[in-house]
Design a protein around this ligand. Structure first.
Ligand code: KIV
Ligand code: ZN
Length: 385
């Protein structure tokens, strides 16, 4: 039987911290409902103590959403936890996400503290949060740069204090996949009581390794991943939900399942991109404009003979209906014929040759040839009918 991988979406917390991406409460509810329909298990709805807007959004999202757990972020500070618990009062399933920095640089420069005191503060925060909710997640900020032996002590202590999920963030996006995977493995093997909690990945993309690190964590025992739609987030962003969901779907050999309805991926990506005013790069995996666009003649010919030649994902599986063949100067006759057939035009070979010649001339001048151009070339211009 496959293991379940919990999808924790932080688009509305870590994602929304991006300058220029701020949403109002109505827009946040729209995103939260889309995330619910997508099938995410946990929605991190905000950091309630940070602003009245965040507080209010957590309240309204808690009322609007039924199935996912609603999570609120706090520092390891009692006042934060009181406010988060208050903001979560209408949530049907609720979680407080509390934590503290555990790397030497965080301990020294952020907290002017020492390792033992940090463990005490972590334990106190978890115990305090447990007074309000049964589901408490602890984050060890900058765990990516925290040495494994000390990290294991922190994780063991917070599980003993009642943490149900322990988040191991690579806050600075520094780790290599083998290093991050080894960190999760070390914790799985050295923390006593680990079976009582779920380890969670939370990876940043500063070196372009967020998804690789997340998968390394999963392959070594993490069973929750913290992700955002389109990978938005601080600096270079967070692990993108759509990439992890499709890796899990494509690689049945991993024997892990998610609850994601993958056909809702593309519409959700479009919605978040337009509400947040954050364009998706054209070559972004899974949801970029070119993610399924075959433009070279050799690839187009192969795909038309059998999609398996160059496609590992059926675009319909992520909710894309468009034709994926882009007609350019490098397209062959087969691609042109196929497009014409889709447009309802069937040509004899000699007619096709003539249209193809005209097409190549036009394609040399114009980057993308659209359907109207093709119909004009084939003498079947819709405007003439
Ligand atoms: O990147 C990080 O460490 C975080 C924590 C607050 C969970 O976002
Ligand atoms: Zn983060």
């Amino acid at each position: 039987m496959s293991d379940k991988l919990f999808i924790f979406d932080t688009t509305l917390r870590d994602g929304e911290q991006v300058p220029g991406c701020q949403l109002n409460t109505v827009e946040k509810i729209q995103v939260a409902k889309a995330l619910e329909a997508l099938g995410v298990d946990v929605i991190e709805a905000g950091f309630p103590i940070s602003s009245p807007g965040d507080f209010n959004s957590v309240i309204e999202i808690s009322k609007a959403v039924t199935w996912p757990t609603i999570c609120a972020l706090t520092r390891a500070v009692q006042k934060d936890i009181d406010v988060a618990a208050d903001a979560l009062k209408f949530a049907k399933h609720k979680r407080i996400h509390t934590g503290i920095g555990t790397s030497d640089s965080h301990i020294k420069y952020k907290f002017n503290s020492n390792r033992e005191e940090i463990i005490e503060r972590a334990v106190a925060a978890v115990k305090y949060a447990r007074r309000y909710v049964d589901d408490v997640e602890f984050y060890a900020e900058d765990a990516g740069r925290t040495d494994n032996e000390y990290l294991a002590r922190v994780v063991e202590a917070v599980i003993k204090a009642g943490a149900t999920v322990v988040n191991i963030p690579d806050t600075t996006g520094y780790c290599l996949p083998n290093e991050y995977g080894a960190k999760i493995k070390y914790l799985m093997e050295h923390v006593s009581g680990i079976e009582r909690a779920i380890l969670s990945t939370h990876c940043h993309n500063d070196l372009g390794m967020a998804t690789a690190n997340t998968m390394a964590g999963v392959l070594n025992g993490a069973r929750q991943v913290e992700v955002t739609i389109n990978g938005i987030g601080e600096r270079a962003g967070n692990t993108s939900l759509e990439e992890v969901a499709m890796i899990i779907k494509c690689h049945k050999d991993i024997e892990i399942e998610t609850n994601i309805n993958t056909q809702k991926i593309y519409p959700t990506s479009r919605m978040v991109s337009s509400l947040m005013n954050m364009p998706v790069q054209p070559n972004k995996a899974i949801v970029g404009r070119n993610a399924f666009a075959h433009s070279s003649g050799i690839h187009q010919d192969g795909v038309l003979k059998n999609v398996q030649t160059y496609e590992i994902i059926d675009p319909h599986d992520v909710g894309i209906d468009d034709n994926s063949i882009v007609l350019t100067a490098r397209s062959g006759r087969a691609a042109l014929k196929n497009r014409l057939q889709i447009l309802g035009v069937d040509l004899e070979q000699d007619q096709l040759d003539k249209v193809y010649e005209a097409f190549l001339k036009l394609a040399d001048k114009k980057k993308d040839i659209n359907d109207d151009d093709i119909l004009v070339l084939a003498g079947a211009d819709r405007t003439q009918n």
